[in-house]
Design a protein around this ligand. Sequence first.
Ligand code: SAM
Ligand code: FES
Length: 352
Amino acid sequence: MLYLYYMINALLDKVIRAKHLTREEIVCLLNTTETEPLFSAADRVREKFVGNGVYLRALIEFSNYCKNDCLYCGIRRSNSTAKRYRLTPAQIVSTAKQATGYGYKTVVLQSGEDLWFDTDKLCEIIREIKKLDVAITLSIGEKSREEYAAYRQAGADRYLLRIETTDKQLYEKLDPGMSWDNRVRCLNDLKSLGYEVGSGSLVGLPGQTVESLADDLLFFQQLPVDMAGIGPFIPHPNTPLAAEKAEGHFELALKMMAVMRLLLPDINIPATTAMESLHPNGRLIALQSGANVVMPNATDTQFRPFYELYPGKICLGDSSEKCRSCIESKIKSIGRYVENAKGFHGDYLKNK
Ligand code: SAM
Ligand code: FES
């Protein structure tokens, strides 16, 4: 036990000094049961590099139509029990406007891969929201370079596209009809077009190894990402992975997140909604283990139950106003504050 403690501390000293670990060393940290020194090291590094402010991003889930069929996902196209909805462009813009009224300075537009929203429609929505003087993050899946370029020109600032797993074989098994190489192509295109790029992993997928999780972290470091979200996989009852369990996924996701903070000290890391769905204080624990961002739900309450990626999703019956004030008081309860200086959007580059 004492030996393990010294070994973990030696690895932590190394990564804080060199911002580098070998694959084997990452595996060792991900496997450790000696988690306290890891989480507190990630917390210290977070404070040193990105401070005590927490950036809030208003998440607008604007459509649950999806052409893809990811085996883990509750809104996959083959889930015929999912009740589909799609906000109109005017509804999306007015939801964004409402979010700015609650003090948000970034809106995240997220959806399934819904082809109804062609490039023209999306660019028009982006241009309208941009008039509100907010940063715009898109999370709408795989597109062509030309489409990404058009959104960027219309005013989109950031893009979230999780790699989900760097295990190519596993990815293509769990995301039938999709290509891992194309997902990497998307991330590279987004980078070269000047987006702030967020990626991330799903943790606890069936067949996923700790070694492949270590590869995910090395992949994020090599890209490098400006932001990365680590989500525990939560099995959805109306998917082919219904019989899987979520046990241990929260703890492992937290360890992934903490090691990521040590390897990439100045990036933006969200305390993910899925973490809080598995643990009542999941987001606060994440904020104290390396995270510095929260993405509260700003979707109109009537649509929330239908964006059911996994069961037990938090805040389904709450209003956007309640989510905004609730998260702020939680953040204050751990001695942190919402970063809301005027004109400060929490861009990754401003962390530097
Ligand atoms: N269509 C966009 C995309 O593919 O990036 C954005 C929407 S997608 C539903 C957002 C994220 O939800 C995915 O990247 C995935 O990691 C996460 N997700 C899907 N199913 C999940 C599950 N069962 N448990 C936890 N997270 C899940
Ligand atoms: Fe498309 Fe999940 S399968 S968003």
